[in-house]
Design a protein around this ligand. Structure first.
Ligand SMILES: [Zn+2]
Ligand SMILES: [Zn+2]
Length: 303
């Protein structure tokens, strides 16, 4: 299985790869900039190349970039939408500069304009982005927990957006387990997981599922709130994660953990904060995977 974590970039891009290596990740996700706003620092070409080389040498693949939260491609406000489109196009170019395979994208909030209007806005923004930039980075629409006026908590909404994009070959899907559960998809039971995956296949199709965000949920089923929690310690539970990571339709996808990390204690190195939690969650997942044989042969196979 390909397993990794969302790695903070507070210490810089190269430190992020170092951290992923330290945690023995075989895939990773980063923000390319501060997710809550502020100007983005340009990425020098040499730095991007070194980052790419070190990541590939470490066998960390694929790389996903998570788009910043300040973008709202579904906004009914023309100025806000244009600003979001500008930032999104910039982010797409940054993802290409970093040689990422995927740009994970929250589809945004329709702010009362309605789901259909919101979906059309998102599709328009994606069409304009993909039309203007000749790169191979794939946009991954991420399902959401269904709070407020946010779009993307139902497979039908993601399908409606994807279907309207001109250039949808470059649009795939990222499923977040905590968001599925909070939005009312019963992935915590064996039967519910099967039903959920069947519904996904009917509306979107497994061929378009490219990445799993593996997170437990700190809130109960159908709570419509986005609160990630440590694997096996939340309301989804360990047994359910055993079924998820071993499911024949899922097990060959990359899994990325976005579980909570502690912040640095005074005097300790910022870059090491959260390592212990990540290590623990990664170990929990690895233990659940049935087919892991740490033999020399399977290791050679991975590299
Ligand atoms: Zn996300
Ligand atoms: Zn996520």
């Amino acid at each position: 299985m390909r397993l990794g974590v969302h790695v903070p970039i507070a210490g810089g891009l190269l430190e992020a790869v170092e951290r992923a290596k330290r945690l023995a990740c075989s895939t990773m996700q980063i923000f390319s900039r501060s997710p809550r706003g502020g100007p983005s620092v340009p990425i020098p070409r040499e730095l991007a190349q070194q980052f790419d080389r070190e990541r590939r040498d470490a066998g960390i693949d694929p790389l996903a970039i998570h788009g910043p939260y300040i973008i709202n491609l579904a906004s009914p406000d023309p100025a806000m939408w244009r600003q979001s489109l500008r930032l999104y196009r910039e982010e797409y170019v940054r993802a290409a500069t970093l040689k990422a395979q995927y740009l994970v994208t929250h589809v945004g909030s329709h702010k009362g304009s309605g789901e259909q209007a919101g979906a059309a806005k998102v599709a328009d923004a994606l069409t304009q982005t993909l039309r203007g930039i000749d790169e191979t980075v794939m946009v991954l629409l991420e399902n959401t927990a269904g709070s407020g006026q946010g779009l993307g908590y139902q497979f039908e909404q993601l399908a409606a957006i994807r279907d309207q994009v001109n250039g949808k070959e470059r649009v795939g899907i990222c499923l977040d387990t905590a968001h599925l559960f909070a939005a009312g998809y019963p992935i915590h039971t064996a039967e519910g997981l099967e039903q959920t995956l069947a519904a996904f296949d009917r509306t979107l199709g497994f061929a378009h599922l490219k990445l799993i965000h593996l997170n437990d949920s700190h809130v109960p089923f159908d709570a419509r709130v986005d609160r990630h929690w440590h694997i096996g310690k939340g309301h989804i539970g360990l047994e359910a994660f055993g079924r998820i990571v071993n499911h024949p339709k899922l097990k060959n996808l990359p899994f990325i953990l976005e579980t909570p990390k502690s912040t640095a204690r005074p005097g300790s190195r910022e870059s090491r904060a959260g390592d212990a939690e990540d290590r623990r969650n990664l170990a929990v997942v690895k233990k659940l995977v049935r087919s892991v044989h740490p033999s020399r042969r399977s290791r050679a196979h991975v590299s």
